[in-house]
Design a protein. Structure first.
Ligand SMILES: *[C@@H]1O[C@H](CO)[C@@H](O)[C@H](O)[C@H]1NC(C)=O
Ligand SMILES: *[C@@H]1O[C@H](CO)[C@@H](O)[C@H](O)[C@H]1NC(C)=O
Ligand SMILES: *[C@@H]1O[C@H](CO)[C@@H](O)[C@H](O)[C@H]1NC(C)=O
Ligand SMILES: *[C@@H]1O[C@H](CO)[C@@H](O)[C@H](O)[C@H]1NC(C)=O
Ligand SMILES: *[C@@H]1O[C@H](CO)[C@@H](O)[C@H](O)[C@H]1NC(C)=O
Ligand SMILES: *[C@@H]1O[C@H](CO)[C@@H](O)[C@H](O)[C@H]1NC(C)=O
Length: 937
């Protein structure tokens, strides 16, 4: 058996002292908890930005301290500036008895790349994770627990042992149930339905390079048929399960991802879960405990064999100990009238909590399979955590984040009265109706493009046969496992329920993040415009919009397995209801960038509620609204009734700019990193799916060709450009190729006679160069300006490109600034410049930020005034003079009491929010124009 200890050497070690030779710099950055300092700290990862040229990657070190002195820190680089200096780092802190209110991360080094000699201190080996690998498994010892991950087989985590040597969890595996049909089909023939049970089949297990304070084990595989109830079924539903383990922690954080690769008409998921066995051998039934999290920190206290409430009382010493989860006094000390009769007291083997709606859960228990269930009084929203174990043998708690928000979910405890009990956390409850991902309508006879376009006129749905498919969409869930030597207190489990649902996050101060420009120059903190009445009014409106959407999520129950994290697009004021059932008006799928509005709002304010709103969106859009397998990989789906129902598959929806802040602030969340990589695949999808196939002028002959893709600079290129930039920053496997493609675009795009006003042109996805569109081979200049081109993150992406790479050639910047200037310019000016005006454009409010961008770059105060004028007087956005209030709808007017703002559409809200934030940052408030708030292009 080969045994190697990984993880003793961090790429970037800890600094003890600095032998400053030559020029060295040092910067101390404070990070604070997003919410209050947590009562439980099981280890945390976070990210920090650094300004261009400040810290060279090969000559800088990082250390951490809190009020109580130095803290062990693992650090790594997540992004680089083009000169090799550090742009984003990731950091991990191990678990601690108590969390400090804040930590100081100190970077020390040189921005020049000339290695200042640093004396590195070895990380104290007694406090770090030990990783050992054999041919068959990976073993990770955090100091509190040792977990074993087999490299093949059915199990994803074969054992969890506490430091005192108790094995408290075994045989962790994924479980999946499915069926080939549902009873309500036309045939109604339940007998014709096949039922299957699947289990995980591991194909690939890897461990992170750095492991000292945080170790990441990634297990990949697929679900294989375990039990053939009837019929046969191929392996399906590929998964990636990531286990995060922290030094000195008894918790394991799990990020569980599946991709739906079934056939919607024949593959109905009827249960999806994660299951662990809990060894209970040797523990008396009355010393075995079941704990289930209820509402607002509530905990159900049960013993497998309960001794309270009986006709004969064993005494307070016994019943209190059992309630508290402590080992009972020896049975010989109990009163004889109890002691001699324990065989008549039932044991409860199975517990089941089902959360089939966001409003209520039921719990039941039974003595064993084959006997009736007994109802336990339930509640509204369960915390999603269950514990099974014993006072002496220890046990395991398992929790699912956002348990009730992702309904239908459930928790099973089984076989608690046998030698091996188990806990199953159901991410999709087998007690719910099977997951139905079939199209919601039959095509309505729309068998030609002409009919499809006509249908769009009435329902706004852009439908086409075969495109309404869930094949390739994904879902990610976050779970925690906690291991114990003995049954923990209810208070501890309550804390862990909090930890599971609101994993503590550390973030730097907004002003610091802004100063580094690592997330562009298009947002600034409210302090930058303090003292302006106009800015103050906008601040309160932005706050209103954010709170409105937070409230709507709750009142309209925008929750569910697929839905949590999305919001709706358009409001139906007649029904007092969002248009959840109208073609193109239902789920928003990031239309016009509400994600960016919320992230920018968080960045500038640091508000925890906004982070959580945006985080749920980041976890939804890139997964459910985007494709990860098949022809559409890398693309997303336009807004619609189902997240995948619309036939417009475009990169404007999957663009990673919507997840970039989350990716870096989280310290490089690996799943989000995968999603960003997947967008690079859009290059191939552009060949398979022509986004404008239905609407293009038929006289334009176009066949998709990787060397000549007819793309829109905003809705297509802008999205892959965002992915290229992040790949370049990350120095991912394709970073040089991505950098070169961007640089080629910088060189060739401005050669299009009309620059960005060309709108659509031919893109060579092999090298990043552009050529004139097929209808203008001689580059005489075409004018195609769409209101959609720059409202899907292209403004922010181009700003980040220019900030990242100060050598962007001036002609590219000028071409962009011209577009920014002319979009809102008078038609006469457009015509004078391009020979033709742009027609009647809308979304002028949303485009005021382009005008502002040009104003700052040109240092033109008149233009800045024009930007604010566009913002305040646009007729198709939100009006500053709208009521900015909600109206309560109650009584028999609607199903439930709701607060309505029928003057809001999500398109308008997203653009109002984004433009207000960006204009304030770029040109200052309307009553205090300031062209030097943030950096200039
Ligand atoms: C860094 O190293 C280069 C090459 O060795 C040298 O020319 C330059 O002066 C050094 N810069 C500093 C600040 O030490
Ligand atoms: C390492 O940590 C242990 C436990 O905290 C402590 O007792 C020991 O002194 C430390 N060793 C060094 C070299 O700092
Ligand atoms: C296993 O994962 C690693 C890292 O993601 C990857 O490079 C490798 O190709 C994978 N191997 C298999 C057999 O899937
Ligand atoms: C209950 O426990 C206390 C403290 O351990 C002990 O003094 C007392 O004798 C016990 N009472 C009974 C009835 O066993
Ligand atoms: C859980 O979180 C809530 C909300 O932050 C807090 O009020 C409560 O005290 C926490 N409970 C525990 C046990 O930490
Ligand atoms: C994928 O695209 C190819 C080429 O356009 C096409 O032949 C094939 O049918 C598509 N596959 C699916 C599943 O749509």
């Amino acid at each position: 058996m080969s045994k190697s200890v990984l993880g003793c050497v961090a790429l970037i070690g800890l600094v003890n002292s600095v032998q400053a030779q030559g020029r060295s710099t040092s910067e101390a950055v404070k990070v604070k908890w997003l919410e209050d300092a947590p009562k439980y700290n099981g280890g945390v990862t976070f990210g920090l930005p650094w300004a261009l040229g400040q810290f060279s990657a090969n000559a800088s070190t990082f250390s951490a301290s809190s009020g109580n002195g130095d803290v062990q820190l693992q650090s790594w680089i997540n992004a680089y500036w083009p000169d090799g200096s550090i742009k984003w780092t990731g950091h991990a802190l191990g678990a601690s008895e108590s969390a400090s209110d804040e930590y100081t991360i100190t970077a020390t080094g040189s921005g020049t790349g000339n290695a200042t000699r640093l004396r590195k201190r070895a990380i104290n080996d007694t406090n770090v994770i030990q990783v050992t690998q054999t041919a068959d498994n990976i073993r990770v010892n955090t100091g509190k627990i040792t977990a074993e991950f087999p490299k093949s087989g059915d199990s994803i985590l074969s054992s969890i042992k506490t430091s005192s040597g108790k094995t408290v969890g075994t045989n962790g595996r994924l479980v999946l149930r499915s069926q080939s049909g549902v009873g309500d089909d036309d045939s109604g023939d339940a007998a014709a339905v096949d039922y299957y049970n699947f289990i995980s089949k591991v194909s690939n297990v890897t461990v992170s390079k750095e492991t000292s304070i945080r170790t990441l084990v990634t297990v990949q595989g697929i679900h294989r048929l375990e039990e053939k109830l009837s019929g046969t079924h191929k392996d399906w539903l590929p998964f990636t399960v990531r286990f995060y383990l922290y030094a000195n922690s008894e918790a394991i954080r799990i990020v569980h991802t599946i991709i739906y690769d079934g056939e919607s008409k024949n593959d109905f998921i009827s249960g999806l879960g994660v299951k662990f066995d809990v060894p209970l051998e040797g523990e008396e039934f009355y010393d075995r405990h079941v704990r289930i999290a209820g509402v607002d920190g509530g905990i159900l206290h049960e013993a497998v064999q309960g001794l309270s409430g009986l006709r004969r009382d064993p005494g307070k010493n016994v019943t209190d100990a059992q309630y508290e989860g402590k080992k009972l006094p020896d049975i010989s000390t109990w009163p004889a009238n109890v002691r001699t009769r324990t065989q008549w007291i039932p044991t409860w083997s199975d517990y089941r909590l089902t959360q089939l709606s966001p409003d209520g859960f039921n719990i039941q228990k039974r003595t064993k399979a084959g006997q009736s269930w007994l109802k336990i009084p339930g509640g509204t929203r369960a915390g999603g955590l269950a514990y099974l174990g014993g006072a002496t043998v220890g046990g395991l708690a398992v929790g699912l984040r956002d348990f009730w928000k992702k309904y239908p979910t459930s928790l099973d405890i089984s076989n608690a009265a046998t030698d091996t009990g188990s806990i199953t956390l159901w991410l999709y409850s087998p007690s719910a109706e099977p997951l139905d991902v079939r199209p919601y309508h039959d095509g309505l006879g729309e068998d030609t493009y002409a009919k499809q376009l006509d249908a769009l006129e009435i329902t706004y749905e852009d439908w086409e046969g075969g495109y309404d498919t869930p094949y390739g969409v994904a879902r990610t869930n976050e779970l925690y496992i906690y291991a114990f030597d003995s049954t923990p207190t209810a208070e501890k489990l309550s804390q862990l329920t909090n930890n599971t649902n609101e994993p503590p996050a550390l973030v730097a101060d907004s002003a610091y993040i802004a100063e580094t420009k690592a997330l562009g120059t298009y947002w600034a903190t409210p302090e930058s415009t303090v003292g302006s009445a106009k800015a103050e009014a906008l601040e309160s409106q932005l706050d209103f919009l954010v709170k409105f959407y937070e409230g709507q999520v709750e009142q309209r129950r925008w929750y569910g397995f697929w839905d949590h994290g999305d919001i709706m697009h358009t409001y139906d004021r007649v029904r007092h209801q969002w248009s959840y059932d109208v073609g193109g008006y239902a789920w928003d799928n990031s239309e016009l960038s509400p994600d960016l509005f919320f992230w920018n709002f968080f960045l500038r304010t640091g508000r925890a509620d906004v982070f959580r709103l945006a985080e749920a969106q980041a976890r939804h859009g890139g997964e459910v609204d985007s494709y990860h397998l098949g022809n559409f990989t890398g693309l997303g789906t336009r807004h619609g009734v189902q997240h995948w129902s619309d036939s417009a598959k475009q990169a404007r929806i999957s663009t990673p700019i919507y997840r970039k802040a989350f990716f870096y602030l989280s310290g490089g969340d690996e799943r989000t990193g995968d999603l960003i990589h997947a967008v690079l695949e859009a290059e191939k999808a552009f060949v398979l799916v022509d986004a404008r196939r239905k609407v293009r002028d038929p006289s334009i002959i176009y066949t998709p060709d990787p060397e000549a893709l007819f793309l829109n600079f905003g809705t297509d290129w802008g999205s892959i450009a965002a992915a290229y930039l992040i790949e370049w920053e990350r120095r991912g496997p394709r970073w040089e190729e991505c950098r070169d493609k961007l640089i080629n675009t910088f060189k060739t795009f401005p050669k299009l006679k009309n620059g960005f006003v060309t709108g659509e042109a031919l893109y060579n996805s092999l090298d990043g160069t552009w050529a004139p569109p097929p209808n203008d081979p001689d580059n005489a200049g075409t004018v195609t300006v769409s209101h959609l081109s720059s409202v899907f993150g292209v403004v922010e992406t181009i700003d980040e490109l220019i900030t990242h790479y100060p050598s962007v050639p001036q002609p590219f910047v000028d071409a962009w600034l011209d577009y920014c200037y002319y979009y809102g310019a008078p038609k006469a000016e457009q015509k004078a410049r391009y020979g033709k005006d742009f027609g009647n454009l809308n979304l002028k409010q949303g485009h005021s930020r382009l005008t502002a961008y040009a104003a700052r770059a040109r240092q033109n105060a008149t233009l800045a005034a024009r930007a604010w004028n566009e913002f305040y007087t646009s007729t198709d956005g939100l009006s500053p003079n709208a009521s900015w209030q909600t109206v309560r709808i109650d009584g028999d007017k609607s199903l439930t009491v709701v607060d309505e703002a029928d003057w809001i559409s999500t398109n308008a809200a997203a653009l109002y929010g984004l433009s207000a934030i960006e204009n304030l940052a770029i040109i200052g408030a309307a009553d205090k124009i300031n062209l030097n708030v943030t950096g200039s292009a």
